[in-house]
Design a binder for this molecule. Structure first.
Ligand code: PMP
Length: 353
């Protein structure tokens, strides 16, 4: 075999991988995780549930109990739900199922990079439509691009990662109604905005809503949620790998969903810290934070590369998004617990003075 790499398709060889920063820092505010562990009484319940899992058996292939609990939590009938190994896997399922003909995906820019990476990997062309000056979408431009490119899918992350804002509901619904494409509303950060477009599912056959347990405290479980009309869901479910939600994740998620008060309290703490952190960032010379409905804040500085390096030296890891265009000198900080946020602000003041 002369060059095994030639067997890999060009689109994949050309891809820039999704990079996860594994720099080790005492304060980790780079990955939009919930900073709070589960309370001790809930950890005890989790241990008990894990003890009862039969590891010699395959998981429940339909994750029936978990789906029932999610159905109640989101007020979505069970037949509207499909679960994934993180919402990343559901994004992949949508893109695989629509990768026929000359497939195209429309995404706003900037947005979550996995739409583009997975889209390219499975053979889609990607059309990017810039967000406006308030990081909101341009529905007419998106609908127009869908028509011209015969796009099969539009991804709208709302609240949007990395900008943090929710797009206007009216504009999102205009796209749902006007685009001849599947419109995926990714509400990965919806729990921090207190808003959802779930009520619009029933009347819109092309609407898909994604949620995740990752951002609200269970990133280690890898449980993503897709809600859509049952006929569409049945087709997408054919792409799902058997037993994609492992038994341990099913058991732990069920315990937590039966005790959501604890998580709701943590979400409340995160959103009030968000307000405090936003105001504090606004007060710093040379820092422009953008309003956020998520569990992170995007902000612009004079020299993001240098600041990122110096924050790491001070034991604080945030996300450096600096690249030409809208994100030039932009950084994203995840809302941590009060002590972490304090340490971040103290370091920012020191490094920017
Ligand atoms: N959608 C958005 C907008 C995200 O930011 C992320 C996480 N970075 C995901 C989906 C994937 O989340 P998960 O696979 O952990 O459910």
């Amino acid at each position: 075999m002369k060059n095994a790499l030639e067997l890999i398709k060009t689109e994949i060889r050309d891809l820039l991988p999704y990079k996860v920063d594994d720099t080790c820092c005492a304060i980790k505010l780079d990955a939009n995780e919930n900073p709070y562990p589960l309370p001790d009484d809930l950890k005890d319940k989790v241990s008990k549930a894990l003890n009862e899992v039969s590891l010699n058996r395959y998981p429940d292939p339909y994750a029936g109990e978990l789906k029932g609990l999610i159905s109640r939590w989101l007020s979505v009938p069970e037949e509207f739900l499909m679960l994934g190994n993180g919402s990343d896997e559901l994004i992949q399922a949508i893109l695989i199922a629509t990768s026929w003909g000359s497939p195209t995906v429309v995404v706003p820019s900037p947005t979550f990079s996995m739409y583009k990476i997975t889209g390219l990997a499975v053979g889609h062309r990607i059309v990017e439509i810039p967000l406006d000056e308030s990081f909101d979408i341009d529905p007419a431009a998106i609908i127009d691009a869908c028509r011209k490119e015969r796009a099969k899918v539009v991804f709208l992350s709302t609240p949007n990662n990395p900008t943090g804002n929710r797009f206007s509901d009216d504009k999102v619904l205009e796209v749902v109604k006007g685009a001849q494409a599947l419109v995926v509303i990714d509400e990965a950060y919806g729990d921090f905005s207190g808003k959802t477009l779930v009520p619009y599912l029933k009347e819109n056959m092309n609407l898909i809503i994604l949620r995740t347990l990752s951002k609200i405290g269970l990133a280690g479980l890898r449980v993503g949620i897709m809600a859509a009309n049952p006929d569409l869901l049945n087709e997408l479910d054919k792409v799902r790998l058997p037993y994609n939600i492992n038994s341990l994740s099913q058991a732990v998620a069920a315990v937590v969903l039966n005790n959501m008060d604890a998580i709701d309290g943590q979400i409340g703490a995160i959103t009030s810290e968000r307000q405090r952190l936003y105001r504090a960032l606004k007060g710093l010379d040379g820092v422009t934070p953008y309003p956020s409905d998520a569990n992170f804040i995007l902000f612009k500085v004079r020299d993001a590369d240098d600041l990122h390096k110096r924050l790491v030296e001070n034991g604080i890891l945030i996300r450096n998004l600096n690249r030409p265009g809208r994100l030039e000198n932009c950084m994203r900080v995840t809302i941590g617990n009060p002590e972490e946020n304090h340490a971040f602000l103290v370091a920012m003041k020191k490094l920017l003075s």
